[in-house]
Design a protein around this ligand. Sequence first.
Ligand code: ZN
Length: 377
Amino acid sequence: MQKLLFYFMAIVFLFSACSESGLDLPDGENPGVNPPASTPKDTLTFNVLTYIDRASVEGHLGANEKSIKTKMDELFRKVSNYWNESSKGKLNHQYRYTVADVVIYDGSSSDPTLRNKIYNEPIDFGKYDVTVLFDCLQDNDETGDGGAAHGGGSDNRSVITVIAGPTTPKDIFTDATYQTLVHELGHYRGVTDMYQYVIDQADNKVSNTQYLPPKCNMWSASDGVWSDYAANIMNYVGGVKQIGNAFPDFFNSLYPENIEINVTVAGEPKRGLTVNFYGSRAGGSGHNRDIWPEIFVSKKTDTNGKCTLNNAKEYFVPNPDHDESMVIPPDLPYGRLFGLLAEVIHDGQKKYIWMPEYEVQMPFFEGKTTYTANVGF
Ligand SMILES: [Zn+2]
């Protein structure tokens, strides 16, 4: 039986995995000893180029041109510690994020010249693997709610932004920014947001149950653990510095060739049973993350009790040329379904299988080409 991840307990969580948590880790020990003199063989090191606004450095962060590097080193040591403590034995490597340079900039973090420099101008990949842009004070006519994000620039570079909101200067060295950075660096390592798979009961009119993914820093930065899926991805990409160079179309390449549902009745394969597939969507204008209540595709089991979707990616990123029976939701944020909910019907009885992307992609990491689920009546 495919593991079904139903959790019926009520929990409270923050919808933005990029938001801060109330968790505090102990302060970094022995400030100033980063980096260590030698690196164990099993440690992956990533060099971080950081930008930070001068007003914050010389204002509420209480630093200057010289001391900012030490403080930044401490921050990224907390990042590395939190990352490694979240492994729980799942990661094949220790990770070390080390500050290669701190650039203090004047003026606005949204200045097009600065942005162009960070995102597009040539970067020395020999020195820098990933860039982080901090703006810890909303000044210089900056607007917006602030927050953190991961994005891409030229040459498959990764750029993370950590931006203060309108009301409070951001104390990145003492608040939960280290957790935020771990989440965003998880994106740098190729992992998607796990909170996109949360479906509230009220947003699932098909089976009327809630769906919750496993705990993961990619769901909520304060979870303090990597999910099996996140760990699989990070172990797979290993020490590759620019994932987009080494693995073109990385996320889409993780889908299996086939989705196969095996249906038995009283232990025997059953032919001719209806299997309806519904799609789950990210939140959009006019709807939350939800199960779109119309049937996306409908199939029947064959003589072996099997129902198969070939080329799974063509269903998750719906391609009506592949299967013209698809009924694609009129509003589909990101142009893809984040999961399928299969409904198997026998004698008026209905059974459901949740198939979020991250579950469907798991066989990839075992070298398998088929995602299989079993349903018995
Ligand atoms: Zn995220």
